[in-house]
Design a protein around this ligand. Structure first.
Ligand code: GSH
Length: 285
């Protein structure tokens, strides 16, 4: 199918795509609504998509490492309903995308998941090496992830899973790029336990919900199509990172889809997650 380009593009509000109801060609808030504020130092407004999971895993890792200042309230932003366009959310993220964080201890707003991971690692001095060369290697992979994942999610995932029609050109283009990225990761992990070396860092926390979930078949249902089992090192790394207790805790926070019993819309204390874990309702990996 070809597209007869008009001279000037106009917004077709009824393009049939899965996100047609929330996509718009402009920014800013659509309705007045303040964000709630809970009792903990950190207020997270998010949803358990791969970008959201990065942050809840980081917060659970910090708590597991004894940083009690990382206690947080996690509020659900229902992006399908347009919660990201409230005046309160736009105040902390003018880009209207989850995740966004508000730090009540100093009034900082933090948006962009990579910036949130960096902010938290600097605030708590954790999951980022102090040595400049090692720190830079971790940041190399963090920035690599932030630049690469949109080709996986917005490119491959969108055209393979969500677009109203299966179109060969974009699927081939983004499949090629996704496989190239998996190969980059696989080669990097040949002689390394983690992405930046022998230390677990925010680069791993950022990447597992995307490329780890991809090879484990939990996003886009594309394991066979992409032949994910051939990326042996990525599989080994994903299994190690994604079986960490903090990962298993973080990945259910702000979850509002899938099995009803596995959903945890809001988190206001560790007990909210404990109950889910004890009931063993987190799906087996
Ligand atoms: N670069 C951003 C991407 C965030 C993003 O794309 N969030 C998606 C969910 S994964 C979202 O909020 N979508 C809602 C929308 O597009 O209106 C980040 O890393 O934080």
């Amino acid at each position: 199918m070809t597209y007869d380009l008009p001279k000037k593009w106009t917004w077709d509000t009824d393009n049939g795509g899965r996100f047609a109801n929330i996509n718009r060609p402009n920014s800013g808030f659509t309705h007045e609504k303040k964000l709630p504020i809970g009792k903990h130092p950190l207020q997270l407004h998010s949803r358990a998509t791969p970008n959201g999971v990065k942050v809840t895993v980081m917060l659970e890792e910090l708590l597991a490492a004894g940083h009690s200042g990382a206690e947080y309230d996690a509020w659900l932003i229902d992006i399908q309903k347009g919660d990201q366009f409230s005046s309160g959310f736009v105040e902390i993220n003018p880009n209207s995308k989850i995740p966004a964080l508000y730090d009540t201890t100093n009034g900082s707003r933090v948006f962009e998941s990579g910036a949130i991971l960096l902010y938290l690692s600097e605030k708590f001095n954790a999951f980022l090496p102090k040595n400049l060369t090692k720190r830079t290697e971790a940041l190399n992979w963090l920035f690599w992830l932030q630049g690469s994942a949109p080709y996986l999610g917005g490119g491959f995932g969108h055209f393979y899973s969500y677009a109203p029609e299966k179109l060969k050109y974009p699927i081939d283009r983004f499949t090629m790029e996704t496989k190239r990225q998996l190969d980059v990761l696989d080669k990097n992990l040949t002689n390394r336990e983690f992405l930046a070396g022998d230390e677990y860092t925010i680069a791993d926390i950022a990447s597992a919900p995307w490329y780890g979930a991809l090879v484990q078949g939990t996003i886009y249902n594309a394991a066979e199509f992409l032949d994910v089992s051939s990326y042996k090192n990525v599989n080994r790394w994903a299994n190690a990172v994604m079986s960490r207790p903090a990962y298993l805790r973080g990945e259910i926070v702000n979850r509002a889809s899938g099995e009803l019993s596995g959903q945890l819309h809001e988190r206001h204390g560790s007990n909210d997650i404990d109950i889910k874990i004890e009931a063993k309702i987190i799906p087996e990996k």
